[in-house]
Write a protein that binds this ligand. Structure first.
Ligand code: BMP
Length: 227
């Protein structure tokens, strides 16, 4: 079982490049994540093309980092749910009532997963999200999303998330970005308790993405075996 989620944010490639990359790597990864760079370059048509490759066993994550009222968030995800994308990332700081509660319910009814941001991988997250982390934890404890995003660049925050989940008896997966171009070594987040590493440019800019993926899978296996 792979622990890699590939972040597909390249804007200089064709849809055919994307389709080929996905077809050639599906068996070696846990899933894929698409964000605003993909939407703004390739549009809904691009997503429709990609959706032909969707295989339900993998994670097909839409990452628009939603932060709005429930009506707007559910209307934003609806077309992607219909296309078969099965996980959606939203911010936690928007709170429960009138936003995350309804989004979670809508996704549950449609066999889709909600992933919330715990804190982020960039420096600025220290000033805002980390400082508010106990309030964010209250939201998470109430909403109980399927997954949480926590940064490989500050692995102590992964540890904190793990402890908080354990203390509250909550089972939520941790997905961790920040590997490679943002500075963290592959395997670091897994070592600190993450379930998946979200990896973009290290794979998508590699001259041999399949080889890179296989190398990272080996690193993950070693980390998991060494406990
Ligand atoms: P890369 O491995 O190329 O740095 O890409 C990281 C991916 O993870 C990007 O798609 C980005 O949107 C996402 N991400 C992040 O880098 N930090 C976060 O805190 C949350 C994210 O979703």
């Amino acid at each position: 079982m792979s622990r890699i989620i590939v972040a597909l944010d390249r804007v200089d490639k064709s849809i055919d490049w994307y389709k080929e990359l996905i077809s050639n790597t599906q068996e070696y990864v846990a899933g894929y994540k698409f964000g605003l760079p993909f939407l703004t370059r390739y549009g809904i048509r691009g997503f429709k093309e990609i959706s032909r490759l969707i295989n339900e066993e993998k994670l097909w994550i839409i990452d628009f980092k939603l932060a709005d009222i429930s009506y707007v968030m559910t209307k934003s995800v609806e077309p992607f749910v219909k296309m078969g994308f099965n996980a959606f990332i939203a911010h936690s700081f928007i709170g429960r009532h009138g936003s995350l509660r309804e989004l979670k319910e809508y996704l549950l009814e449609n066999n889709s997963k909600l992933i919330l941001i715990y804190t982020m991988s960039h420096q600025g997250a220290i000033d805002v999200l980390d400082k508010s982390i106990s309030i964010i934890e209250e939201v998470i404890a109430d909403i109980r999303p399927w997954g949480l995003v926590a940064p490989a660049t500050r692995p102590e925050m992964i540890k904190r998330a793990k402890n908080f989940l354990h203390k509250n008896g909550i089972e939520i997966r941790i997905l961790s970005p920040g590997i490679g171009y943002q500075g963290a070594e592959p395997g670091k987040a897994i070592q600190y308790g993450a379930d998946y590493e979200i990896i973009g440019r290290l794979i998508t800019y590699s001259p041999d993405p399949i080889l890179r993926i296989k190398e990272i899978n080996c690193i993950h296996e070693k980390v998991v075996r060494s406990g």
